[in-house]
Design a protein around this ligand. Structure first.
Ligand SMILES: C[S@@+](CC[C@H](N)C(=O)[O-])C[C@H]1O[C@@H](n2cnc3c(N)ncnc32)[C@H](O)[C@@H]1O
Length: 507
């Protein structure tokens, strides 16, 4: 495929700014899929395929808007968004013009979808509430921090480039393309490094940096920015499950490969892209943005992957309490939840909401099983456990036998509590009910309807619908596995008892 005009212009710009890059990298530009990087000849592990000058990266420190940003007291992603909007406003005059022309205007993240699209397409998914909140917070950000800058900005600044739509567009590009550079620069836009697409657990090329020698007393360490509301927003676990602790709109990159690994020697003013695997001629060269489930991928990058092993579904504590209220009085449920907490258990916590994780294999977090177990304990066992919790620690070793059996089972670290012990028939039935309630949040369409819709859907022309269906289906598949998980102990028990019966009848 011939190199596109915008790629040729970008290559010229890179050369003029001191980039070094291997002739073996083919920047393929497709109208459907955007840009991807392919190997023109075999690439070998350890080969440095690109060297990128840090001062050619677009950061708060390098942008012509640095003074304006610092005078306004902005930093982090707000400051970087101003830098990006400012350089865009300069058009051909910007030192980054050759780079900016290769960027899309915005990345198709749910953040830039309309509210109707969010509510329609993401209904019931992990993302619906998060994106609603993102949109509100980012709008507030713009009103409180960007609008006032325009009052003091130089008269030649074109305010159209700082309109709210432009701010959302800039934030979508920062979420999907920014990299941590070093302590001096913080995070920023890194031309060329941001052309590699993602593949889960299949990184070919790695981004590396040497610590900068620059020092400045006034420098803010972006790695230590305080956690903002928005960062907290993304801390629901499907968004940041362990290595996904990274937050979608913070520009931080703790868990993904958009953070450079340090290299011992070399030029501290350069970033490097190093092959960590051989790649054959013609194959795409992938980076990995981290180990993320589909909700996190769609939230931050605007796409999903089939059979993503990092998928996860959350069940809100609120939903579990709704299930309780269908069976028990409010007083009963509160007392049992309180006992669960006194035993030192808790759910995951983010943005004032508590929730339990269901893994991609359909396994519920042990704390959920323990809560259901306590909720369903017969009254006498509950009272014994309640008394045990009250007196434990106060009683003498010799009288420890006074503590209930349940206390011994439940007073351990969550990881040491046996899941099998918790999976009584009643707990399994409760899990099934809770799974059904979670499923009902997706509305009237069944998972089969979603599959059929996905088959009919064009992933390029109907990108939003395609990836939201992928997300719904991956979440609903996990709920299906949760139901199987809850049904399993009894299927095994039934098989065992059938075997016993068979044995006794053949004796
Ligand atoms: C860092 S950029 C990668 C280069 C990008 N393809 C371009 O045209 O400039 C990240 C964006 O690329 C796209 N992307 C990356 N990996 C992808 C994948 N595996 N499937 C679909 N889209 C992907 C998404 O739109 C994402 O927001």
């Amino acid at each position: 495929m011939a190199t596109s005009r915008r790629v040729r212009a970008f290559k010229r710009w890179m050369k003029s700014r001191g980039f070094e890059f291997s002739d073996a990298l083919n920047f393929v530009d497709s109208p459907e899929d955007g840009i991807s990087v392919r190997a023109l000849c075999q690439l070998k592990e350890g080969e440095v395929v690109a060297r990128i000058p840090k001062d050619a990266c677009l950061t708060i420190k390098t942008s012509g808007a640095r003074q304006m940003i610092e005078d306004a007291g902005l930093d982090g992603y707000l400051g970087l968004a101003v830098a990006l909007m400012y350089e865009r406003s300069l058009g051909e005059e910007s030192p980054w013009a050759g780079y900016l022309q290769i960027l899309p205007h915005q990345e198709c993240l749910p953040l830039v979808w309309t509210l109707n699209e969010v509510n329609e397409l993401l209904s019931g998914t992990e993302l619906q509430k998060i994106v609603q909140e993102d949109k509100a917070l980012i709008y507030e950000d713009w009103k409180e921090n960007i609008l006032p800058i325009l009052d003091f900005a130089p008269s030649n600044l074109n305010p159209n480039f700082f309109a709210v739509e432009e701010y959302f567009a800039a934030r979508s590009l920062i979420a999907s393309r920014s990299f941590q550079i070093d302590d001096y620069h913080g995070f920023g836009m890194v031309p060329l490094a941001d052309l590699f697409n993602h593949k889960t657990d299949a990184e070919d090329v790695h981004f590396t940096s040497l610590s900068s020698n620059y020092e400045s007393d006034n420098d803010v360490d972006e790695n230590n920015e305080c956690v903002t509301d928005e960062e907290e927003l993304a801390q629901k676990s499907s968004i940041d499950h362990e290595t996904e602790m990274d937050t979608a709109f913070s520009g931080k990159s703790s868990g993904r490969n958009l953070e450079p690994s340090s290299v011992e020697d070399g030029d501290p003013s350069m970033l490097e892209m190093i092959m960590i695997k051989d790649v054959s001629i013609g194959a795409e060269v992938f980076n990995t943005y981290g180990s993320m489930g589909n909700a996190a991928l769609l939230h931050r990058y605007g796409f999903t992957e089939q059979d993503n092993p990092y998928d996860i579904v959350n069940i809100d504590l609120e939903l579990v309490l709704q299930w309780c209220s269908s069976l028990f009085s409010g007083r009963y449920s509160r007392a049992r939840v309180s006992l669960w907490r006194r035993l030192d258990y808790s759910a995951c916590d983010s943005q004032n909401s508590e929730y339990f994780e269901i893994s991609s294999a359909g396994e519920p977090q042990i704390e959920l099983l323990i809560l259901l177990y306590i909720m369903l304990l017969p009254d006498d066992a509950y009272h014994k456990l309640d008394i045990s919790v009250s007196v434990a620690g106060k009683i003498h070793k010799s009288s420890e036998t006074a503590l209930s059996d349940d206390y011994y089972i439940l007073s351990k670290e969550p990881s040491n509590v046996s899941k099998e012990r918790m999976l009584t028939r009643k707990v399994c039935d409760a899990l099934l009910s809770v799974a059904d309630m979670r499923e009902s949040l997706y509305g009237l369409n069944s998972i089969e309807d979603d599959f059929k819709a996905l088959e009919r859907c064009d992933s390029v022309r109907e990108r939003k619908l395609f990836h939201s269906l992928m997300l719904r289906i991956s979440e609903r598949n996990i709920l299906k596995k949760l139901r199987n998980y809850a049904a399993q102990p009894f299927e095994t028990a039934k098989r065992n008892s059938a075997r016993k019966k068979l044995k006794s009848s053949t004796k």
